[in-house]
Design a protein around this ligand. Sequence first.
Ligand SMILES: C[S@@+](CC[C@H](N)C(=O)[O-])C[C@H]1O[C@@H](n2cnc3c(N)ncnc32)[C@H](O)[C@@H]1O
Length: 174
Amino acid sequence: MTNHIVLFEPLMPANTGNIARTCAGTDTVLDLIKPLGFSVDDKHLKRAGLDYWEKVDIRYHENLPEFLQTVTQPEHMFLISKFGTKTYTDPDYHNPKQDYYFIFGKETTGLPERFEQRYAEQALRIPQDDQHIRALNLSNTCAIVIYEALRQQSFAGLERVHTYEHDKLKDFKE
Ligand SMILES: C[S@@+](CC[C@H](N)C(=O)[O-])C[C@H]1O[C@@H](n2cnc3c(N)ncnc32)[C@H](O)[C@@H]1O
């Protein structure tokens, strides 16, 4: 089973850097659909994700149709959209034989309307107060959704208990 975070035409390097860090920490593949709003040498991207970039399985796609050709199980592809009529916690993500794809829109305009309409049944919303904000921050939504999938997968492959030499809860150091 592989989880994928898919970013459609991301614009802001700091967001993508943060998301790369989340991917590195959760063994999640990062699919980037071009055009990107930054160069991979961008200093903001590096500042947000430099230590992690090399540790992430990053796959670049020239455009949305090209990305879609790589999805072997379209029924396990989810559009993360505030227009979704289902909640991101509704689907079952726990099957170890499946790959799961979570597709996020660009910071300004989200996902293309036609794409949202075509896969409306697979669009998931993260509940929010629409009177106060128009949308959540992209990198936060990635973390929210991937951790729900991981929770359902019993955090397989991740350390539930830390492996650090120094234990702040136990070792007392002046
Ligand atoms: C800043 S939002 C873009 C908002 C854009 N105006 C739109 O129409 O979607 C960037 C991306 O974050 C995700 N997002 C933000 N808030 C969300 C929410 N409440 N539910 C689901 N996805 C959300 C979506 O993937 C969205 O495409």
